[in-house]
Design a protein. Structure first.
Length: 501
């Protein structure tokens, strides 16, 4: 008969030792009280690349914080003005204006206390925190006008001073709209050698840019067919602000009277999946623009402007404004619209309409033309490209740029352009700090036979060359500095400039 004895195994001795040590540490913590420093557990913009649409970041803390001490000690370099709001242990910082593009920002917090340290007579300060984020590069798009890039869509990175051609040589680009995330461009083009300006096909092309830092970008310059022209001519088009819907004006090739608006979803995630366009059943219309909520389209119709829902049966407009002939622009949130009224004395008025209340305020009245307008996202300002009639027997229009303060209603002339350049196009930077415009040089001596690859403006004028200009808008808040703003000519040759969002 054997006698059994119980012995501690090595693993048992280690476990008992650890239990004794942990018990001792817990006892010391209980005697000492809560001495663990508060910390930042999550920063929503950490290492992110943000655009103008992203205006708020959050800091989540390990425990409730003394709000005043956090707000007094948080620092952003370079500075970004904003407002603070709280929800429990989470603080939100909302920017007053979009963060300037092409910049790296550092967020620092030290010296802040938790919510209960002062009541307990202690000074528990937060563990020092440093985070960083970046804004998107300052990037412009244009149609090349020199021999090398003629008719091709070109991307120019102003931050890196780098040029990239997006489309192939066998396509002549006519118009384009960037997707809101900047990863793709929707464009219309015709084949080189085709003289028919109405034979355009709609494509998308990748920019080689990723909107998210952790996501790998698609290869640059991948072109995918979106909408062909086998039965219908594709004319003007617009892309919804959310990048999900295309609206295009189409005319049936064998029936000129069959003309109207079509819409279709745009699959920005998987270009291999195609969609079929649907016709918008409504009265024929003219110029149009998709509303900021991406659910309707404003179209010039008869003696007014109609707001049509983006659905097959749009025979009943959501709204009809009989006194206006055109919607020039919407504010980003859709609360305001700049509309054009055509008067019987051959003048035009630009009117600011508050869409939810119907309040109307006249911004300007002119005998010239109102070519385009854009609302600023950084200030209560609208920028417009207008023309004025020059005195004399010869009919001449001189284009000029103007900024209109929507609070004081004061006009601030920015720049007068050479007469008879009505084909000028402008584009306001997403951060509101720059205005792009082109200066097209028309081709005065036309060849005896039409050239199939000839570049033309929207009204069909042949283009010989074109320069691009950038006007800084940072000093616009200082009235004394308005006349010192000088546009800078960019070292590129092209026309139809647009900022990448």
């Amino acid at each position: 008969m054997t006698t059994s004895k119980t012995f501690f195994q090595p693993v048992d001795r280690v476990a008992i030792g650890l239990m004794l040590i942990l018990s001792l540490l817990i006892g010391l913590l209980m005697l000492q009280g809560d001495a663990v420093k508060p910390s930042v557990r999550h920063f929503s913009w950490q290492n992110q690349r943000i655009g103008a649409d992203e205006t708020s970041f959050t800091l989540t803390f390990s425990r409730p914080m003394d709000a005043k001490s956090v707000e007094e000690n948080i620092k952003i370099d370079p500075p970004l003005a904003g407002k603070v709001s709280w929800a429990g242990r989470r603080m939100a910082y909302t920017l007053m204006t979009p963060a300037p593009y092409g910049t790296t920002y550092k967020v620092q917090l030290q010296g802040a206390r938790d919510k209960f340290s002062e009541k307990e007579g202690k000074n528990r300060q937060i563990q020092p925190f440093t985070g960083s984020f970046h804004t998107r590069d300052r990037i412009i798009l244009y149609i090349g006008a020199d021999q090398q890039d003629k008719g091709r869509l070109v991307l120019y990175n102003l931050t890196q001073e780098r040029k990239m051609v997006l489309t192939p040589k066998d396509l002549l680009v006519m118009d384009f709209k960037p997707f809101p995330n900047g990863e793709k461009i929707l464009f219309s083009a015709r084949k080189v050698g085709n003289q028919d300006l109405l034979s355009t096909v709609l494509y998308t092309v990748t920019t080689g840019i990723s909107a998210q830092s952790e996501k790998q970008a698609e290869p640059l310059g991948r072109v995918d067919l979106l909408l062909d022209n086998k039965e219908y001519q594709n004319l003007k088009f617009d892309l919804s602000p959310d990048g999900q819907t295309l609206v295009v004006q189409r005319g049936k090739k064998d029936d000129p009277g069959d003309f109207g608006l079509w819409f279709m979803p745009v699959n920005n995630k998987n270009s291999q999946e195609k969609y079929t366009p649907k016709r918008l059943k409504s009265q024929p219309g003219g110029d149009f623009i998709i509303t900021p909520d991406s659910k309707a389209v404003a179209v010039a119709q008869g003696q007014g402007a109609a707001i049509l829902p983006l659905q097959p049966d749009a025979s009943k407009p959501l709204d009809f404004l009989p006194q206006f002939g055109l919607v020039q622009a919407f504010s980003k949130d859709g609360s305001q619209a700049a509309m054009v009224r055509f008067n019987t004395d051959y003048t035009r008025e630009l009117v600011l309409v508050t869409t939810n209340q119907g309040v109307q305020r006249q911004l300007l009245r002119t005998k010239g033309s109102i070519l385009s307008c854009q609302f600023d996202t950084a200030s209560p300002t609208i920028y417009c490209l207008l023309t004025q009639l020059l005195p004399g027997e010869l009919y001449q229009e001189q284009p000029y740029l103007v900024a209109i303060d929507l609070k004081s209603m004061q006009q601030k002339p920015l720049l007068a352009l050479p007469p008879d350049q009505r084909n000028v196009q402008m584009s306001l930077a997403p951060d509101g700090l720059g205005l792009l415009f082109d200066q097209v040089v028309p081709q005065t001596i036309l060849p005896e036979s039409p050239q199939a690859n000839m570049l033309v403006t929207d009204d069909g004028q042949p283009i010989a060359s074109s320069s691009l200009w950038l006007m800084p808008l940072l000093p616009i808040s200082d009235p004394a500095a308005i006349y010192e703003i000088k546009p800078q000519q960019l070292p590129i040759v092209g026309f139809h400039p647009r900022w990448l969002p």
